[in-house]
Design a protein around this ligand. Structure first.
Ligand code: T3D
Length: 264
């Protein structure tokens, strides 16, 4: 693993650890880090051996969103086309995260601002250090929530809290984020990585295809009506019922032993 890379990856026992690695810039996104994160998530799509992803940040922050040094208006000919940068850099990664048929755990080790906060929120299980803060920093620089933030905040919190966070740009503590249902859990700083790693390893030895279908089903529920969702459950359960891991789970229960899931 190249220690100077903007994203570090390490695969162990089915878990791909992905570390955003620009600590001097609070892991803000430059183009290189965008491409490296995307490549890491694409790898998780492509390799059967990877059964869970854990994302965290190097140093004291999780991610401060876009590197604003790359957006200095005094060094540009005219206003940038930020729609183009979203389409080129952020949105493909967000789509890869949401469509990955394997769990993604995030350990938010420090401040998560702008797109950094929203990338974390797009993942499946968000654990955050008690000292971490979630900041919809966009309004402070005249922008609007991106990286899926307008979608996730509104669905997870409702319009009142989504607008409150987006318009004020006030930091939300990890504890408050957990109380509001924005994240899974706030964890003592010293325990964060151990807890996140244990959870990710647990997922990495679980019924991977069932997990993938569960993600799909819960994500579909935010746009489906009740009838459509019942049909969706019928279809996903049909697929889950045909997996080897389902047969193993039921056999293990009947044999009164622990199941050995192979992700098949
Ligand atoms: O542009 C597009 O393509 C559209 C997409 C946009 C997506 C977005 O994410 S827009 C939002 C961009 N992010 C921000 O506006 C957050 C900016 N950062 C902050 O507000 C603060 O740094 C934090 C609240 C995150 C943390 O504050 P604090 O006091 O803990 O740290 P600090 O002193 O402000 O930052 C430490 C260093 O990191 C500092 O560098 P220095 O002085 O030590 O050399 C600071 O400049 C650097 N840094 C922090 N955030 C960024 C950054 N450098 C570049 N870009 C950053 N986003």
């Amino acid at each position: 693993m190249a220690q100077d890379a903007t994203v570090l990856t390490d695969l162990s026992d089915g878990m791909l650890l992905v570390t955003l690695n620009r600590p001097d810039k609070l892991n803000a996104f430059n183009e290189d880090m965008h491409l490296a994160l995307r490549a890491a998530i694409q790898r998780a799509h492509d390799e059967d051996e990877i059964r869970c992803v854990l994302i965290t940040g190097a140093g004291r922050a999780f991610c401060a969103g876009q590197d604003l040094g790359d957006r200095d208006p005094r060094k540009m000919d005219g206003p940038p086309d930020l729609g183009e940068t979203l389409a080129t850099f952020y949105n493909p990664t967000l789509r890869l995260i949401r469509s990955l048929e394997k769990p993604i755990v995030v350990a938010v080790n420090g401040v998560a601002a702008g797109a950094g906060a929203n990338i974390a929120l797009a993942c499946d299980i968000v654990l955050a250090a008690r000292s971490a803060r979630f900041i919809q920093a966009f309004s402070k620089i005249g922008l609007t929530p991106d990286a899926g933030g307008s979608f996730m905040l509104t669905r997870l919190l409702g319009e009142a809290r989504a607008k409150g966070l987006a318009l004020t740009g006030e930091p939300l503590t990890a504890e408050q984020a957990a109380d509001w249902g924005l994240i899974w859990k706030a964890v003592d700083d010293a325990a964060l990585m151990d807890e996140a790693t244990a959870l990710a390893h647990r997922f990495a030895s679980g019924p991977t295809r069932g997990f993938g279908l569960t993600k799909q089903s819960i994500q579909a529920a935010s746009t489906n009506g009740f009838d459509a969702q019942l049909d969706h459950e019928r279809d996903t359960q049909r697929m889950a019922g045909r997996t080897a891991d389902y047969a193993e789970g039921v056999s293990a229960f009947l044999d009164k032993r622990a199941p050995v899931f192979r992700g098949q």
